[in-house]
Design a protein around this ligand. Structure first.
Ligand SMILES: NC(=O)C1=CN([C@@H]2O[C@H](COP(=O)(O)OP(=O)(O)OC[C@H]3O[C@@H](n4cnc5c(N)ncnc54)[C@H](O)[C@@H]3O)[C@@H](O)[C@H]2O)C=CC1
Ligand SMILES: O=C(O)C1=N[C@H](C(=O)O)C[C@H](O)C1
Length: 250
């Protein structure tokens, strides 16, 4: 069977360099291009890339996806910075290239995907819920894409269950002291040397609390998800948001 022809964008970055190694080691894939900032996107079409793994920066990802979708190259995207406006533009490009698949995964690690699922399940049973994400200090965006998605899923589950707004008597606060408000869920971002990517979801009810914590200790935690995404995206045209869509989580 012929190997999948895969490219990496952001190949010299923290996660991109790990992805290059993982793709090179995968028996069913061939790494046909590894691009860094400033490299010509035309290299991807010239190399016959079928799938591109996009691991760059929020300021680069849209131009790259415009090119990829326009050339019918499937994309597996880990880069953060997604909002309604960006998703709308991407869907517009995909409408003009209906056979192309794009997976956007806020997090490729199985533990983080499960954290999001468990948090959404638990959120309706507790009065209070807050998200704390903790990352290395070189991260350029806050809150993390994972924390934003977690808070959105929690808010949606609470709305569906008819939960009341969270109790919070804060009358005066220093700017930022209560974190960012994502759909009514406070999200707090810590940046600390020594950390990689971590998240806690804190839930509180009468006389009890529940903490769901996940730790990515190495970039290798993201690789099985990236490889799964590469294998599955070619059979899933259009936009898929979240790796859970390619997992049988029940
Ligand atoms: N979804 C997930 O599971 C994960 C997502 N990420 C996200 O991936 C992105 C990259 O993270 P890191 O590797 O830590 O950052 P990084 O800064 O180490 O790497 C980004 C790389 O992309 C390069 N780059 C920028 N523009 C480019 C362009 N137009 N073409 C090609 N290369 C370009 C940069 O020069 C840099 O080498 C971030 O948005 C981060 O949040 C990171 C880890 C896991
Ligand atoms: O920048 C990172 O490192 C990470 N980014 C993603 C995010 O913002 O959620 C995924 C993971 O947290 C690592």
């Amino acid at each position: 069977m012929s190997k999948l022809r895969v490219a990496v964008l952001g190949a010299k970055g923290r996660i991109g360099s790990e992805a290059v190694r993982a793709i090179e080691a995968a028996g069913d894939m061939e790494l046909v291009a590894a691009l860094g900032r400033g490299d010509e996107l035309q290299t991807l079409a010239d190399a016959g890339a079928q799938v591109a793994v996009e691991l760059t920066t929020p300021d680069s990802v849209m131009d790259n996806l415009d090119y990829l979708v326009g050339h019918g190259i499937h994309a597996v995207v880990g880069t953060t910075g997604w909002n309604e406006d960006r998703l709308g533009r991407l869907n517009g490009w995909l409408a003009g290239s209906p056979e192309t698949g794009v997976l956007i995964a806020p997090n490729f690690s199985i533990g983080a995907v499960l954290t999001m699922k468990f948090a959404a399940q638990a959120a309706r049973y507790f009065e209070s819920v807050e998200v704390v994400e903790l990352h290395h200090p070189n991260k350029v965006d806050a809150p993390s894409g994972t924390a934003t998605r977690t808070a959105q899923l929690i808010a949606a589950a609470r709305a569906e269950a008819g939960c009341a707004p969270q109790p919070d008597a804060t009358a005066t606060a220093l700017d930022g002291a209560r974190g960012a408000d994502v759909d009514g869920v406070p999200v707090h971002a810590i940046r600390l040397r020594g950390l990689l990517a971590h998240q806690e979801v804190l839930l509180g009810g009468e006389g009890e609390t529940l903490t769901i914590r996940h730790d990515s200790l190495h970039h290798s935690s993201f690789m099985p998800g990236i490889l799964l995404g590469v294998r599955r995206v070619t059979q899933n045209p259009g936009l898929t948001f979240g790796l859970e869509n390619f997992l049988d989580l029940g």
